[in-house]
Design a protein around this ligand. Structure first.
Ligand code: GDP
Length: 336
């Protein structure tokens, strides 16, 4: 077992805002090893006492829309204002390839050299739920390290946007200007969770298309949703150019204003409370599943009963009940 002093020392250094300590702590929470998990849990519990909060901004967009260009320019603008900015990523492709292109330092060279910025690519895990869980812990670590803004980047694929929205205070969708029917291409679910839609590349030849796209989205948002827990005018669409940095200051003003509004209206704390409760329940679920799969006897029973169910000799509900009863009885030694 790692000595407790180390944990306390690491916690202290994270609280001091040391980036190397933060990187080490994130490596710890990303580890699948049982002893590391235990240390990570302890570390997170220690750090939670500091009760530090950042503005967590979820950011999504399809590959090529300009996410890294945007984060580089936007992040640098924020650090120039004296804010400390962390960039994390939830990369669904990392679950397949084991590698990650999001949150990559080489994509954001200027920001990665900025002493007030911290960039971390997506953890590679076998499933998206694991990536989400590790990222959630990394967000908490960045907050403890005193970062003011945590940007959580993801690509517009599958469930990853919902996962990121669930760990963010506000959600920003980056889209590219396009002609005609491209509104159809954006899934309704994403429109529903976006607080701000930024039409990027509103520069040069693309400006007229960006203007049309922005108007289309403005109208679509108006038709789609009037949320009573949002201030006047939200959700909204605006034009930016990550390349020329046009509109970035305005986009930040909108994000900041929405964050402040939500703090004052109580929406922020209600949302965070609901998120915390959801994560707790998820941890319990994951813990139960881990116990189920760690138990060799139960694994065998699962496989056997699965075969019975598949062959029509047992009913799914009754078979599940039997497994759960054996889990409750503690049919084997408990392992992490
Ligand atoms: P990502 O895959 O979403 O991270 O997109 P990148 O940031 O790598 O950008 C993809 C391409 O779009 C690159 O060639 C960028 O130079 C270009 N790009 C990004 N932002 C802008 C912009 O605001 N205007 C224009 N014209 N091009 C941009």
């Amino acid at each position: 077992m790692a000595p407790k002093v180390d944990q306390a020392e690491l916690a202290k250094r994270v609280l001091n805002g040391e980036r190397r300590a933060l990187a080490r702590a994130i490596t710890l929470v990303e580890s699948a090893r049982a002893d590391h998990r235990a240390e990570a849990t302890e570390l997170l519990a220690m750090l939670a006492k500091a009760r530090r909060e950042a503005l967590r901004i979820g950011l999504s967009g399809t590959p090529g829309v300009g996410k890294s260009t945007f984060i580089e320019a936007f992040g640098t603008m924020l650090t120039a204002k004296g804010l400390r900015v962390a960039v994390l990523a939830v990369d669904p492709s990392s679950t397949r390839t084991g590698g990650s292109i999001l949150g990559d330092k080489t994509r954001m060279e200027r920001l990665s050299r900025d002493p007030n910025a911290f960039i971390r690519p997506s953890p590679s895990q076998t499933e998206l739920g694991g990536v989400a869980r590790r990222t959630r812990d990394a967000v908490a670590l960045c907050e403890a390290a005193g970062f003011d803004v945590v940007l959580i980047e993801t690509v517009g694929v599958g469930q990853s946007e919902t996962l990121v929205a669930e760990m963010s205070d506000l959600f920003v969708l980056l889209i590219a200007p396009a002609g005609g029917d491209e509104l159809q291409g954006v899934k309704r679910g994403i429109m529903e969770i976006a607080d701000l839609i930024l039409v990027n590349k509103a520069d040069g030849d693309l400006k007229p298309a960006a203007t049309r796209t922005c108007a289309d989205y403005t109208q679509a948002l108006r038709l789609m949703r009037a949320r009573d827990d949002d201030p006047e005018g939200f959700p909204k669409a605006m034009m930016v150019s990550a390349l020329s940095e046009m509109g970035l200051a305005e986009a930040w003003d909108e994000m900041f204003a929405l964050g402040e509004w939500r703090k004052q209206s109580g929406h922020w704390s209600r949302r965070r409370a609901a998120q915390a409760r959801g994560w707790f329940e998820e941890e319990v679920r994951q813990g139960l599943i881990a116990r189920l799969t760690a138990d060799a006897g139960l694994r065998v029973a699962m496989a056997e009963l699965g075969g019975e169910v598949a062959a029509g000799r047992a009913a799914p509900g009754a078979a599940a009940k039997e497994i759960l009863a054996r889990l409750q009885a503690g049919s084997g030694p408990e392992r992490e």
